[in-house]
Design a protein around this ligand. Structure first.
Ligand SMILES: *Cc1c(COP(=O)(O)O)cnc(C)c1O
Length: 230
């Protein structure tokens, strides 16, 4: 087993443990392995250990990896970074999921550009849950209204809500943010959208996110190692 495969197995074990401690069924939380900045060869290694869902932030970088990994037909690509207008076509053509929709305009472009022979693009609305100034996402008060608008688009399926919790928050504050996400999802369901996804929890806050109802956790550094930018 390689070091990455070892890391991967250990994250899977931690996730199983978090599910059990939260009293949630085994396998009920989907692991999205966040591979941004790491080469396609690293993704292939983790794929060989059994992982299928991968998350990427930077569209151009991700596009190259989809080319290099085109021989892995059942890989599931989750876009978890900002999608600029000039990148929506690539995303509509190659992604299975987009977790970071925070503008109706982006959603409209994705829907219009989704090839008709492909299944609907699965999307989450990104919520700026702590109201941080430099963060993407809609304010919590606007999340349900945006999700309802996006749900009307023909080639997208609104699956739920996503957030990046505040990095500096203590455990109590994090719990408050995650619980507010769950409350917003309940509100969205009450508004008639059949959404079932809460994408929240990263390497540092995964067990708490699972305890608070996360259905998708996005784990990068605990699998692939420390990221080197620049
Ligand atoms: C990078 C990133 C992650 C993974 O973060 P880690 O701390 O490395 O686990 C998750 N979600 C988003 C949106 C990210 O940008």
């Amino acid at each position: 087993m390689t070091m990455l495969q070892h890391n991967y197995q250990s994250v899977c074990a931690q996730l199983a443990d978090a599910e059990q401690r939260a009293g949630r069924p085994a396998g009920s939380v989907r692991l999205v392995a966040v591979s941004k900045t790491f080469p396609a060869a690293d993704i292939r290694e983790v794929y060989m250990a059994g992982q299928r869902d991968f998350g990427e932030n930077y569209i151009q970088e991700w596009f190259s990896k989809t080319e290099e990994l085109a021989d892995l037909p059942d890989i599931v690509w989750h876009v978890i970074g900002q999608v600029q207008s000039n990148k929506t076509r690539i995303v509509a053509q190659r992604a299975h999921w987009v977790h970071t929709v925070d503008k109706l305009k982006t959603a409209q472009r994705l829907s219009a550009q989704r090839p008709p022979e492909m299944p609907p693009l699965q999307v989450c609305i990104e919520v700026n849950i702590a109201g941080e100034v430099n963060k993407h996402g809609v304010p919590p008060e606007e999340a349900v209204a945006l999700a309802c608008e996006v749900a009307k688009l023909p080639n997208l399926t609104v699956r739920g809500l996503m957030c990046v919790a505040e990095a500096a928050a203590d455990e109590e504050e994090l719990r408050r943010q995650f619980e507010r996400m769950q409350a917003l999802l309940d509100e969205l369901q009450a508004a008639g959208v059949a959404a079932d996804v809460l994408s929240m929890g990263m390497s540092a806050d995964m067990p708490l996110a699972v305890a608070c109802g996360a259905t998708h956790v996005r784990i990068g550094s605990a699998i692939f190692g420390r990221r080197d930018y620049g």
